[in-house]
Design a protein around this ligand. Structure first.
Ligand SMILES: *Cc1c(COP(=O)(O)O)cnc(C)c1O
Length: 402
């Protein structure tokens, strides 16, 4: 996974579809990142933060019980063990370090369920930067605990009241803020999406996942690599980070999308939030709402590099239902004593479904986050609380046997 071309494109995807006023800001950011990423001083400082603040390197776990049950060897890359509980800290530490280097004193970010907002607020607190997080009004109501966490960390949470009042509206608001305040403000985007250089830069900040995992797998497998490498795909950042370590090996790459947000699965190109990619849209080209049991995958688009990897056939993307995800969530808890976040449970759900195809192989799954944040939701669903079922939105997924 190389640098995009001079237009910021991966094949026909990516680029910069933005208002004129944002062009200089994106150009400034691209230049600053390019220089920083080539600077051993910057790289060394980030590496040190990843070690002594975020807790890297994350473990590689060889799952004996689960492997026996499924009939193939399961390895987990344990991003759930990072500070703040997921892979997201890799990206926000990189971006806030860059913001400080650029002399910015204020960070804006978007958040859906609140995970990226909490991670950004964490890094902003650490570096002593002002932080404003945009969040859809609907999400603020659904994720009160994460709103409180962000406030506790010193961030201001602003409500996005336009459109469907969810993640895509929060991105729009954050971009609007950035246009007006670009002198002193840095926009910390949460996944491998948005205008160039974000998809490239965010993937580079997550490359550490793939680099570590490749090294750990070679050690464990006597120099070999796994046959299949799996990650869940919302915007696609944890998958991009993991895949970057294996794209030049013989490993097959598989991304797992929610059935209600299968942007790559539907393969309809379009422009959203500043770049060209695959995106869920209706017959008039209007962006559709994604629907998923896991808020972190509830995004109608996908990073442009994933669209490209699908297009050239280097990676494949499979979708799984909410019911399969819940079963996988329980399976990992029972078999290995690890409660996963609902997002990576999508990857495991695909592995369970594909177990005949995977028989006898070695499969690496990116366990992108821990499940503490999801336990109450799963409890409510499995105990039949009708209010919790509403967040799954059965109307939109007829036939889903929850
Ligand atoms: C946010 C999140 C995701 C989805 O984001 P990507 O950019 O697709 O990686 C996946 N897993 C966890 C645990 C998350 O918090």
């Amino acid at each position: 996974m190389a640098e995009p071309d001079e237009h910021g494109r991966f094949g026909q995807f990516g680029g910069r579809f933005i208002p004129e006023t944002l062009v200089p800001a994106c150009a400034e950011l691209e230049e600053a990142f390019r220089v920083a990423w080539a600077d051993p001083g910057f790289r060394g400082e980030l590496d040190r933060l990843l070690i002594d603040y975020a807790g890297r390197p994350s473990a590689l776990t060889d799952c004996r019980n689960l492997s026996e049950q499924l009939g193939f060897r399961v390895l987990l890359k344990r991003e759930d063990l990072n500070h703040t509980g997921s892979h997201k800290i890799n990206n926000v530490l990189g971006q806030t370090l860059l913001a400080r280097r650029m002399g910015k004193t204020r960070i804006v970010a978007e958040t859906g369920a609140g995970q990226h907002g909490v991670a950004t607020a964490t890094a902003a607190a650490y570096f002593g930067l002002d932080c404003v997080v945009y969040m859809g009004e609907v999400d603020i109501a659904r994720q009160a605990l994460n709103v409180y966490r962000m406030n506790l960390l010193g961030a201001e949470v602003r409500s996005a009241v336009s459109g469907s009042r969810t993640l895509k509206d929060a991105v729009n608001e954050a971009m609007r803020d950035w246009v007006a305040t670009v002198e002193d403000t840095y926009y910390c985007l949460g996944s491998v999406m948005g205008p160039h250089p974000y998809p490239w830069m965010v993937r580079e900040f997550h490359r550490v996942i793939g680099d570590e995992a490749l090294r750990q797998c070679r050690e464990l497998l006597d120099g070999d690599v796994p046959d299949v490498v799996v990650a869940c795909v919302g915007g696609g950042s944890n998958a991009a980070g993991l895949f970057s370590g294996f794209v030049d090996t013989r490993a097959e790459l598989v991304g797992a999308e929610p059935a209600g947000g299968a942007a790559v699965g539907r393969a309809v190109p379009g422009v959203v939030h500043g770049s060209m990619s695959y995106l869920m849209q209706d017959e008039f080209g209007q962006v559709q709402e994604a629907q998923s049991i896991s808020a972190g995958l509830d995004y109608p688009g996908v990073g442009p590099e994933h669209a490209h990897l699908a297009d050239i056939g280097r990676a494949r993307y499979e979708s799984v239902t909410d019911a399969e995800v819940l079963a996988a969530f329980e399976l990992l808890a029972r078999s290995e004593g690890i409660i996963p976040a609902l997002e990576p449970a999508h990857g495991l759900a695909w592995m369970v479904r594909a177990r005949e195809e995977l028989a006898g192989k070695t499969v690496l799954l990116n366990l992108s986050g821990r499940g503490d944040k999801d336990v109450a939701q799963v409890q409510a669903i499995t105990e039949g609380d009708p209010a919790a079922l509403e967040t799954v939105d059965l109307d939109r997924m007829p036939g889903d046997p929850l």
